[in-house]
Write a protein that binds this ligand. Structure first.
Ligand code: CTP
Ligand code: MG
Length: 259
């Protein structure tokens, strides 16, 4: 039985693709970033749970390091996130799939999209490196897509002023400032980014060249992309200090939730 207090489900079920195939070079030597642990649990497990926590998400596709698909599969099993069910979009349970990734984030996302069964009309793309995204942020993105947006990005205002520079040839050399965009008009974007599936697939088929997020590919198609409020806990674990912050967030949650 569906919960009457929730909006009735849209016809299209929601799948999430989690690119987790990166090396984590900026984190320093060690295992691929998505397999590093926070309080003993691999980052990608935190991320997979965060997406599965949304009632709307019925399939999570984890894009594993190219030679790590078997390891990721057994990690998911070991943490009670099994694959092999029948994805139905009921919101009652979430199915998990693992595919090997590629050399760039873009390629990894495309490999994840290729693995989606046809019934999924809405797709979220979520970095494994953002393990602590709250479910309310996930749901806000899904709601905006279900309300008709073809591309939705959670984002936050910036704390720092941003300068555009002429990048120096050697690292550490002074770099001339070219411009200072008005900070009030800038947003730092996060994931999950949410899409009408056909729009995202078309973007991946059409756009070539280096990009750092999926929404920018949709922008290059000339399609409208909208921003919804992000969350400070959806930050990306990039450098060693971010691991300290992530574990502090988990400790605060345990204190607040009593587990
Ligand atoms: N990613 C991926 N495939 C790649 C590169 C990145 O699936 N070939 C994923 C990462 O696993 C991560 C997300 O894309 O979840 C965001 O990338 P980033 O934070 O840059 O992670 P890494 O590429 O692993 O880190 P670094 O750039 O420091 O090596
Ligand atoms: Mg990277």
């Amino acid at each position: 039985m569906s919960d009457v207090s929730r909006p009735s489900p849209a016809p299209s079920p929601v799948a999430a693709v989690i690119p987790a195939a990166g090396k984590g070079v900026r984190l320093g030597p060690g295992a691929p970033k998505a397999l590093r642990t926070l309080n003993g649990t691999p980052m990608l497990i935190h991320a997979a749970r965060a997406l599965a926590a949304s009632r709307a998400v019925s399939l999570v596709v984890v894009v594993a390091p190219p030679d790590g698909a078997a390891e990721v599969k057994s990690l998911l099993d070991a943490h009670g996130l099994p694959g092999g069910g029948i994805p139905g979009g009921s919101g009652e349970r979430t199915d998990f799939l693992v595919v090997p990734g590629g050399d760039s984030r873009q390629e990894s996302v495309r490999l994840g999209l290729d693995a989606l069964p046809p019934e999924y009309g809405v797709v979220l793309v979520h970095d494994a490196a953002r393990p602590l995204v709250p479910v309310d942020t996930v749901d806000a993105v899904i709601e905006a897509v279900r309300d008709g947006a073809h591309a939705v990005v959670p984002a936050l205002p910036l704390a720092d002023t941003v300068k555009e520079v002429e990048p120096a040839a050697e690292p550490g050399a002074p770099e001339p400032v070219v411009a200072t965009p008005a900070r009030a008009r800038l947003r730092a974007v996060q994931t999950p980014q949410g899409f009408d599936r056909r729009t995202l697939v078309r973007a991946h088929e059409t756009v070539t060249g280096e990009v750092t997020d999926d929404a920018s590919m949709v922008e290059q198609l000339g399609e409208r992309v909208v921003v919804v409020p992000g969350h400070e806990e959806a930050f990306k674990v990039t450098r060693p200090l971010d691991l300290v912050l992530a574990e502090a967030v988990l400790a605060r949650r345990r204190l607040n939730d009593g587990f």
